[in-house]
Every structure is written in structure tokens, then in C-alpha cells.
Design a protein around this ligand. Structure first.
Ligand code: PHE
Length: 363
């Protein structure tokens, strides 16, 4: 009889020690203390024992019941505590770590250059103007003093677009092209607003040209300033300041070389100093052509309804890819449009640090 008691004690202790979850624990509890549990069975048998046997054995069974009840309860607490500790360990977080930042994407170098140009020219009082990529022949060529059979058209390998069938339009307005430069937006601006005018025009341009250094689609920025009494001196001051700010070289040599554009008179090509051998901008004794410029041709002003005796001004245009490549040491034009994520990660700009002149544009 005593054997049964110590056996049940030992058996229950061993089973409890082996139980690691509440389901196993509950099976033990029911198996011992439940209606048909082992201890309940022993207590029932007690009824059939003799009175003196019952007293002695009853006391022993009651002690066993107390002991098992305590052990079973203690095991429940232990299992629950272990489960909670495991959960806490699994969910532990270090609140001192910086938050996980979702990938933001980067600003494409072309967009970045446009932003920088907007910041620099914006500080000089220029607003941004835009025009359509599909332009009419008159605004792209005619109004800019490039007549139909002018040889300057040969320089621009134009993409032609099916003509518009618009009743009121002239023949030249119905003929349409993908604009070969941003200069037609000079025309649109002069037709659309009264002088004084100060605008820059960043945008896409197109020429049927494709090799290592030419893309059929590329970007330009145009500039137009019209006022009373603007001179070549204003043009030079404006572009020297721009180039030095953009390239971040305060003493960058700038050279104006006479040239020809049908829509400016006089016209000048603008060069900056560099070292041809090392590719470094600044000193070095060599010159690199950067942009075209000139005083707006009187015929162009007249074509746009502006009296050239009252208003004068200058215009300029430059390739955005070209100055971006020079500024950042990018050797090849083609990756600009290839969407290779490795190139974009390398040359892209932080969108949270936009170009702002008050911080100074970095070199
Ligand atoms: N439109 C010219 C080009 O594409 C650049 C230019 C613009 C030159 C304005 C002078 C004035 O080459």
C-alpha cells in the first residue's frame, strides 16, 4: 500500500518534470486528480478498508494529495514562466537602434543638374518656362530666323512628325517636329508675356543622331533675358557667374569666342578652362566648349511681336548631359538612359538633400 503511494508520487514527479507545455501538464493533472485519476481511485478504495487501516492510510493519502496538488501547481507556474521568458527573448528589441529606413530612391544626375541650374539662375531672378516636345516648324525654326532652306537646318537631324490638320494654322505651324533644341520656348515665352523677361528652359530635345557621344533624345537648358538696355556685358556676367557657381570653381577661366547662330547677333560660343591631359576643370591652359549664346536677333524679337528698338537681351543654350558628365567625371553618355541600377546608385543624389544655393553647391 505505501508502495502505491510512493510509486504515484515518483511517477507524477517524473511526468511533471518531463512536461514542457500546458497541454502535457493538463494531461498529468487529470490523470492524477481527475474524476478517474489515479489518486481519486486510491481514495475511493479507502472506503473498503478497515477503520484503523482507513485512519492511517487516509492520512497518508491526504498528505500525498497535498504534495501532488502543490507539485502540479508549481509545475504550471514554471511552464508559464518559461514560455513568457522565451517569448520575451524572441521579441527583444533594442530601442537605441536607429529606425529602419525604407529605401528612398535617388535623384537622377540629369534631374539634379536641372535642379542646380534652377537654384543658380533662380537666385539671379530667372523663372522656369516649359514648352512641348512636339513643336511646330515655325517655332522650332522659322521664328528663330532659320528659314525653310537655310543651311542651319542641315546641322539639326530632325525627327519629323505627321502634320496637324488644324484649319487656322499656317503651313509652317502645321508641320511638326520633335524639337531639336529648347530655343522654340524663347518664341513661346515672348509671344506669351510682355518684357522684361527672365526665364530658363530645361527640357528634352531630339536629333536623329546616335553614337557613343550622341543620343537621339537628350536635354538642354535655354536661357532668355530681355529688358531695356541689356548688353553683351550682362550676358558675359551672367554666364561667368553661372559657370563658376555650377562647377564650384570660383576662378574658373571662361572664354567668349565669336560664332554664328541664326537667332542671335552677335553670337558667341563659351569655353571653360581645363587640362586636356588630366581632364581637370579650371587651369591647365586648354579650352572646352560648353555652350552657345548671343544677343537675341532683332528679327527674332520682331517675329515675336517685340520692338527691338525698345527691348534687347541675350539668350543661351547648353547640353545638360555634357555639363553633368564634366562636373561628375562621367565618361560615357549611354548609361544616362539605360536604367542600370548600379550606375544610378553610384551617380544618383540623395532626394532629401536637394540643390539649394544657400548651402553652396558642392563641387
Ligand atoms: N539652340 C542652340 C543649339 O541648340 C543653342 C543656343 C541657344 C545658342 C540660344 C544661342 C542662343 O545649339
Amino acid at each position: 500500500m505505501t508502495d502505491e503511494i510512493s510509486e504515484l508520487q515518483a511517477e507524477t514527479d517524473a511526468a511533471l518534470a518531463a512536461a514542457t507545455d500546458l497541454r502535457a501538464w493538463d494531461a498529468i493533472r487529470v490523470g492524477v486528480l481527475g474524476k478517474s485519476g489515479k489518486l481519486t481511485g486510491l481514495l475511493k478504495e479507502l472506503g473498503r478498508a478497515s477503520p484503523e487501516e482507513r485512519r492511517e492510510r487516509g492520512a497518508a493519502l491526504n498528505r500525498l494529495k497535498d504534495a501532488l496538488t502543490t507539485a502540479i501547481e508549481a509545475r504550471r507556474v514554471a511552464i508559464e514562466t518559461a514560455a513568457m521568458e522565451a517569448r520575451l527573448a524572441g521579441e527583444r528589441m533594442d530601442v537605441s537602434l536607429p529606425p529602419a529606413v525604407a529605401p528612398l530612391g535617388l535623384i537622377h544626375p540629369i534631374s539634379r543638374t536641372m535642379e542646380e541650374m534652377a537654384a543658380i539662375f533662380g537666385a539671379m531672378g530667372f523663372a522656369i518656362a516649359e514648352g512641348p516636345d512636339v513643336e511646330d516648324d515655325w517655332r522650332n525654326f522659322g521664328a528663330l530666323n532659320i528659314p525653310a532652306h537655310h543651311s542651319a537646318r542641315e546641322d539639326m537631324d530632325t525627327f519629323y512628325v505627321p502634320p496637324l490638320h488644324e484649319p487656322g494654322a499656317s503651313a509652317a505651324e502645321r508641320r511638326r517636329v520633335l524639337r531639336t533644341h529648347t530655343s522654340p520656348v524663347q518664341v513661346r515665352t515672348m509671344l506669351g508675356q510682355e518684357p522684361p523677361i527672365r526665364v530658363i528652359v530645361p527640357g528634352r530635345t531630339y536629333r536623329a543622331d546616335h553614337d557613343a557621344t550622341h543620343s537621339p533624345m537628350f536635354h538642354q537648358v535655354e536661357g532668355l533675358a530681355l529688358d531695356r538696355g541689356l548688353t553683351l556685358g550682362h550676358l558675359k556676367g551672367c554666364l561667368i557667374d553661372f559657370l563658376r557657381a555650377f562647377f564650384g570653381i570660383s576662378n574658373l577661366p571662361v572664354r567668349f569666342r565669336s560664332s554664328y547662330f541664326p537667332f542671335t547677333e552677335p553670337s558667341m560660343e563659351v569655353d571653360i578652362g581645363w587640362n586636356r591631359r588630366t581632364g581637370e576643370l579650371g587651369g591647365g591652359g586648354d579650352w572646352l566648349e560648353i555652350l552657345g549664346s548671343g544677343m537675341v536677333h532683332a528679327k527674332v524679337l520682331a517675329n515675336c511681336g517685340i520692338d527691338p528698338r525698345e527691348w534687347q537681351g541675350f539668350a543661351f543654350g547648353m547640353g545638360i548631359e555634357r555639363v553633368t558628365m564634366l562636373k561628375h567625371g562621367i565618361a560615357d553618355l549611354r548609361p544616362f538612359y539605360e536604367s542600370d541600377i548600379r550606375w544610378l546608385r553610384h551617380y544618383g543624389f540623395n532626394p532629401l538633400a536637394p540643390a539649394m544655393l544657400h548651402e553652396g553647391l558642392e563641387r
